[in-house]
Design a protein around this ligand. Structure first.
Ligand SMILES: NC(=O)c1ccc[n+]([C@@H]2O[C@H](COP(=O)([O-])OP(=O)(O)OC[C@H]3O[C@@H](n4cnc5c(N)ncnc54)[C@H](O)[C@@H]3O)[C@@H](O)[C@H]2O)c1
Length: 274
């Protein structure tokens, strides 16, 4: 394959590398000639060059993982995440938001000018623009412990739905932090907002929300995304081809967001009666 994305010989790091979108991202990046460091809490079956075991629920584990990552990084793909139940809303907020931010902030020192970061948020975070003021104080905290403390002190900000709240918060952070990260370090920061994707996470969404509701969020394509269909937009966002793209949350949801915004998705028959 021609190196149109410019990853040949680049050092990249992928969290959530063991499964789903992260695993698909690892496979594609290896095909593009990148040197891939995979991060996950479980063993990574895919073709990574280095594997770093990190449990994003544990501060010590994050710090130990950061210490194991050596050399410079040209791109970071923050893909790891938890669904809702059986995990608690607090655990979901920690992995999907607090640990994602702490890990990235711990890596930017070794990212040269021109490098890029892409996070995976979710179409489940649609409406995040209404909660910018809610989550901004979380981003005034520093480090893992202070972030968790803020969550514990402000359950009203996120306990309405750990998962959707975590993905709203991530969109807010990407929009805010990108505005300082580029001037400070020349690093771009973006997110994707995937629609329903056929990975190991899908059964958890079916169980928590009901399959009919999940299926109603498939968007105009009428089908689930594959993990590979989520990997390529991430790879584009972190490539030099996207050199003027920063601070955005790209909807990779088969058109669901557009249809919802324009009143073409009706969930009313699936929601519990008032
Ligand atoms: N599947 C969907 O429908 C969907 C839709 C929108 C967004 N997302 C998001 O996409 C991302 C990837 O999810 P996926 O669908 O590939 O699911 P997945 O379950 O296949 O992959 C998630 C990965 O994250 C890792 N992970 C979870 N908790 C961790 C922890 N504490 N420490 C380290 N690693 C941890 C898992 O081990 C796994 O490898 C997640 O952020 C998820 O929220 C998924």
């Amino acid at each position: 394959m021609d190196d149109v994305f410019g990853y040949s010989g680049k050092r990249v790091l992928v969290t959530g590398a063991a499964s789903g979108m992260g695993a698909a991202t690892v496979t594609a990046l290896k095909q593009l000639g990148a040197v891939v460091i995979g991060v996950d809490r479980v063993e990574i079956p895919g073709p990574v060059d280095e594997a770093v075991t990190v449990d994003l629920l544990e501060e010590d584990s994050i710090n130990e993982g950061l210490a194991q990552v050596t050399g410079t990084l040209d791109a970071v793909f923050s893909v790891a995440g938890l669904p809702g139940p059986p995990f608690t809303d607090l655990q979901v907020m920690i992995v999907n938001m607090v640990a994602c931010r702490v890990l990235i902030e711990g890596l930017v020192d070794r990212m040269p000018k021109g490098s890029a970061i892409a996070c995976v948020a979710s179409a489940g975070g649609i409406g995040w623009e209404s909660n910018i003021a809610t989550f901004t104080p979380l981003f005034e905290t520093e480090g893992f412990r202070a972030g968790v403390q803020w969550l514990e002190d402000h359950p009203e900000a996120w306990s309405w739905s750990g998962y959707a709240a975590s993905k709203q918060a991530l969109n807010v952070w990407v929009a805010q932090r990108s505005a300082t990260l580029y001037p400070e370090r020349g690093i771009r920061l973006n997110a994707t907002n995937p629609g329903v994707t056929d990975t190991a996470m899908l059964p958890f969404f079916h169980e928590a929300n009901g399959k009919d509701l999940v299926d109603a969020a498939r968007g105009p394509t009428g089908r689930y995304s594959t993990a590979e269909e989520q990997a390529w937009p991430l790879i584009f966002l972190n490539s030099p081809l996207a050199s003027y793209v920063s601070g955005t949350g790209l909807y990779t949801d088969g058109g669901f967001h557009g249809a919802l915004l324009t009143g073409q998705v009706d969930f009313s028959h699936l929601l519990p009666a008032e």
